[in-house]
Design a protein around this ligand. Structure first.
Ligand code: SF4
Length: 428
């Protein structure tokens, strides 16, 4: 097990050349974030202003979850809207009125833009302002884009959280803000650890309910739990808050480094830090070791998709003994993922953006033991005999902090086990 403070003796890969590609991309759209955001924000509703395709995407992605009353829906733009024959704004107002009178439990309404609403240039920002004036103070209406034009699927959460920041109340209090939509059970574990460290003024963005929305100001410090929150980072910085830079809390090492950075900010003593983290660290190491035996020495190739690629490459290479061949990320924001890059030993190609055919050629030539990629690439690569992991599962599954570290490693070892079983069956 590595010491989390140790930067590879050859230096990390933060300052090494990055292969930048600007070709055809194979990504999923930002509406996907609604699946986990609507579970997190219990009095929010997400109204996608889009097409039947958008409605189908949401229903099929969320179809396995059963709620008494769904908290997302699609206002479907018909052909006459797209042709500019109807006043879509008026229809939207009518839809929202009906929805809010039927659902008094809704306190935050997000109008979510899509490819069709962007194509006809429907001004959802103006609509949100107008509807807020009508429905305030009970309901606040916000807007963001989840369009699949030029976005990756995790940008939906980023755009949603960033849209909330300008409306947060001002505070002068020194508070810690944890940013990113974690499953409640994982968030509770993190808050428990921070509380045990003696850090008690902690708020979360997003909050579970509108009334618990955090305040923000010049004495707010914030720590991100997801590496794809670049716009939210910028919005919080504009409000005067300061980012605590750290590796992301994946695995034992990442969680410890993340907690350490926060603890240093709040002057937590080394003794307290050790007392609070020793037991969960040991549990995390043991859980990772149980999976790492199958990962050790295996190679991994990341296609750009979730934006979690660099922190996960750090986890897999340093805590699970894997060799990274290529780590592709849709965007590389060094202000966010720089601390993870510092810990990745030079060797893998670090690429930003995509030219999917060229990248497929590189993957086929390298024949990695495991390829992490989007749904659209996984099946063809499996058919070519490569084991794959769907990047989207990394966002749908609880993987942060100590107690989930073993599950995180397990997400990567399972496809290798499956492939090995298939190989043995074929050989019989
Ligand atoms: S890619 Fe565009 S049209 Fe397709 S589901 Fe996403 S937002 Fe809708």
């Amino acid at each position: 097990m590595n010491d989390y403070t140790s930067i590879p003796s050859s230096g990390g890969c933060r300052d090494l050349p990055v292969l930048k590609e600007r070709g055809q991309r194979e990504v999923f759209c930002g509406l996907t974030g609604i699946i986990w955001l609507h579970r997190k924000m219990q009095d929010a509703f997400f109204l996608v202003v889009g097409s039947r395709t958008c409605a189908h995407l949401l229903q099929s992605a969320a179809g396995v979850m059963i709620f008494a009353e769904p908290r997302f829906g699609t206002a479907i733009l018909e052909e006459k809207d797209l042709a500019g024959l109807a006043d879509a704004q008026e229809e939207l107002d009518r839809e929202v009125d009906q929805l809010l009178s039927r659902r008094p439990d809704i306190r935050q309404l997000f109008l979510v833009g899509s490819c069709p609403s962007e194509v006809i240039k429907l001004d959802l920002a103006r609509a949100a302002e107008r509807l807020t004036q009508i429905h305030a103070p009970h309901v606040r209406v916000l807007n963001y884009s989840g369009s699949g034009i030029e976005t990756t699927f995790t940008e939906g959460e980023d755009a949603c959280l960033a849209s909330m920041v300008p409306g947060l109340a001002e505070t002068r209090e020194r508070e810690l803000l944890i940013v990113g939509a974690l499953p409640d059970v994982v968030e509770d574990q993190a808050l428990g650890l921070l509380n045990d460290l003696g850090i008690d003024r902690v708020r979360t963005l997003p909050a579970r309910r509108a009334d618990d929305a955090p305040e923000v100001g010049p004495n707010t410090v914030f720590a991100l739990t997801q590496p794809f929150l670049g716009e939210t980072h910028a919005a919080l910085t504009r409000r005067g808050a300061r980012h605590i830079q750290a590796p992301f809390p994946f695995g034992e090492e990442g969680t410890t480094a993340w907690l350490r950075a926060v603890a240093d900010e709040f002057d937590v003593s080394a003794e307290t830090f050790e007392r609070v983290t020793a037991a969960p660290r040991a549990r995390a190491r043991k859980a990772i070791a149980a999976q790492a035996a199958e990962l050790n020495g295996k190679s991994v190739f990341f296609f750009p998709d979730s934006q979690l690629e660099l922190p996960l490459a750090r986890f897999l290479t340093r805590e699970c003994g894997m060799d990274a061949i290529e780590v592709g990320a849709p965007f590389i924001h060094k202000g966010l993922v720089g601390p993870d890059m510092d810990l990745i030993a030079p060797g893998p190609v670090i690429s930003e953006g995509q030219d999917v055919d060229l990248q497929l050629d590189r993957a086929r030539a390298a024949r990695p033991d495991l390829t992490v990629c989007g749904l659209g690439l996984a099946n063809p690569l499996e058919a070519e005999g490569l084991a794959t992991k769907w990047a989207i599962e990394l966002v749908f599954t609880p993987v942060h902090f100590y107690e989930q570290a073993g599950d995180l490693a397990g997400l990567f070892s399972r496809p290798l086990r499956r492939r090995e079983r298939l190989r043995l069956e074929a050989a019989e």
